[in-house]
Design a protein around this ligand. Structure first.
Ligand SMILES: [Ca+2]
Ligand SMILES: [Ca+2]
Ligand SMILES: [Ca+2]
Length: 264
């Protein structure tokens, strides 16, 4: 499954990243602060900063010493894939084109994941069951996607696919966008909040708001349509309210190649 992306926007850091090259899978650790390399990394949260881990919670200690499965994932340079899994994970893609996944969490709290794209054209993918989050895109053309992420149904770990990027093989997740169980509503963020938009995911069956993702420096939102079985999007640089606009999956690949590689 190889496709080459046109790079849109970023010209810097090409040399250094290209030299580092190879994919790095970070090894087994505990209570995870996972820091990537200057190459393309796939970082997956360990979920082992818990109060049933003796190294974290000394025996006999009553107060919870854990971070409740929080991982901190730092991608640094390169086209990284960061996956937090359970807990309130903090994801920072660093420079280049990163894919950020706070969950998947299947509604297991805590599940609120702050995410930072940094420089480059980054994508944050929210899956049903993840909590309310925030996504600060940084420089570049950054996208927020609400879709059902493909995952191992036993472990709930998203399925990682490798595709050819500008700097070699990079990780992505794949997802069902058009079949997601809800649609999006975009409201302006309160003045003084520091955010620009509050992007709500509304459950289609009930009409209830499930979560809100706060955004800043995010240019694109992709969701399932209000009626379902279709995709819609908003260009937040010119959004002035109302329903998001219909878009075909093929056209998504033109307005955002990285999102196009991840949705169906
Ligand atoms: Ca990066
Ligand atoms: Ca985690
Ligand atoms: Ca960015």
């Amino acid at each position: 499954m190889c496709r080459r992306f046109r790079r849109f926007g970023m010209g810097l850091a090409v040399g250094a990243v290209a030299l580092a090259g190879a994919l790095v899978m970070v090894g087994v650790g505990q209570a995870a602060l996972l820091i990537g390399t200057s190459g393309n990394d796939v970082l997956i949260g360990k979920d082992d900063d818990r109060n049933d881990v003796e190294a974290i919670q000394p025996p006999g200690t009553m107060a919870d010493q854990s971070l409740s499965r929080t991982d901190v994932l730092l991608g640094l340079e390169g086209d990284d894939l960061l996956i937090g899994l359970l807990g309130n994970d903090v994801l920072d893609g660093g420079s280049d084109d990163d894919v950020l996944v706070g969950g998947t969490e299947q509604a297991t709290a805590p599940n609120q994941d702050p995410q930072f794209g940094g420089d480059g054209n980054d994508v944050s993918v929210w899956a049903g069951g993840d909590g309310s989050e925030l996504f600060v895109g940084g420089n570049g053309t950054d996208a927020l996607v609400f879709a059902v992420i493909d995952r191992d149904m036993t472990t709930n770990v998203p399925t990682v696919s490798m595709i050819e990027g500008p700097y070699g093989q990079r990780g992505i997740v794949t997802s069902n966008l058009t079949g997601a169980p809800g649609f999006c509503q975009i409201d302006p963020a309160p003045a003084g909040s520091g955010y620009e938009w509050l992007v709500r995911f509304v459950v289609r069956m009930t009409g209830a708001i499930a979560v809100t993702v706060r955004t800043q420096s995010v240019e694109q939102v992709f969701c399932s349509s209000r009626e379902g079985n279709g995709a819609v999007w908003a260009d937040l640089t010119s959004y002035d309210g109302g329903d998001l606009r219909p878009i075909t999956v093929e056209r998504i690949g033109q307005v955002n190649p990285l999102v196009g590689a991840m949705v169906r």
